[in-house]
Design a binder for this molecule. Structure first.
Ligand SMILES: [Mg+2]
Length: 237
């Protein structure tokens, strides 16, 4: 069965989490309060995005220029993307951040053409001249995430792919848990460890490439997830 590579963007393809950095830049003290609620699971990513995006100025040029200035690729990404292309594997980005800077960052860093498709939220300017985040890939019932990465992973599986998921963050656990191969760092690695999900700890894309020949040693074929059921009501409260 061929493999589709599904990658988070912030803190995975890029070294910095650009959504968090923009929120921190403009959110001031309230950034820490909202972040704390998120960490304590008092609110999900969709609500986080709604509250944090309210702090952003409705100035695309300014926001994009900041994201472009802060963005750098995690080492080995271009080599990894070439590997995907050579073996005929699609490379999908699934992001639950502000989204608007992903294409410009990929263009600037010279790897937009390596990406098969981008599934992310959409930032628009609302009537009150405020930034608002729309989530075209949200779950129809569950309100926890903006972008339902778990449903996207299930969709790729239904299309006949083995899914290899690489991520770093808290809400990557939803998509990763439904994937056949998990490449986890930081908070995602913690979730995998705590819930006994087989995974490979990675630091950069060279680690993922180096583990390719032995990936069956950390493979699994999930029939369920400790985190959510996108085919049902979503997040398991
Ligand atoms: Mg991330």
């Amino acid at each position: 069965m061929p493999t589709a590579y599904v990658l988070d963007f912030d803190g995975t393809i890029t070294t910095a989490d650009l959504t968090t950095e923009l929120a921190r830049q403009f959110g001031g003290r309230e950034f820490h309060q909202i972040e704390d609620l998120y960490r304590r699971r008092k609110l999900g990513m969709r609500e986080w995005l709604k509250r944090m995006s309210a702090f952003l100025p409705a100035d695309w040029e300014l926001l994009k220029s900041m994201a472009l200035e802060w963005a750098s690729l995690r080492p080995g990404f271009k080599k990894f993307a070439r590997h995907c292309r050579e073996q005929g594997s699609p490379l999908y980005i699934v992001s639950d951040g502000f989204g608007f800077y992903i294409e410009p960052v990929l263009e600037k860093l010279g790897c937009r053409e390596e990406i098969t498709a981008i599934f992310c939220n959409k930032a628009v300017v609302s009537g009150e001249n405020k930034i608002e985040i729309l989530s075209p890939y949200a779950h129809p019932i569950c309100t926890n995430c903006g972008n339902c990465k778990a449903a996207l992973v299930q969709r790729f599986r239904r299309e006949g792919w083995k899914v290899a998921y690489a991520g770093d963050g808290n809400n990557d656990r939803f998509g990763a848990a439904w994937s056949h191969y998990i490449y986890a760092r930081d908070e995602l690695a913690e979730h995998c460890r705590n819930h006994g999900l087989p995974h490979l700890i990675w630091n950069d894309f060279e680690d993922i490439l180096a583990a390719e020949p032995r990936r069956e040693s950390f493979a699994h074929n999930p029939k369920d997830s400790p985190f959510c059921r996108p085919q049902d009501r979503g997040y398991l409260f």
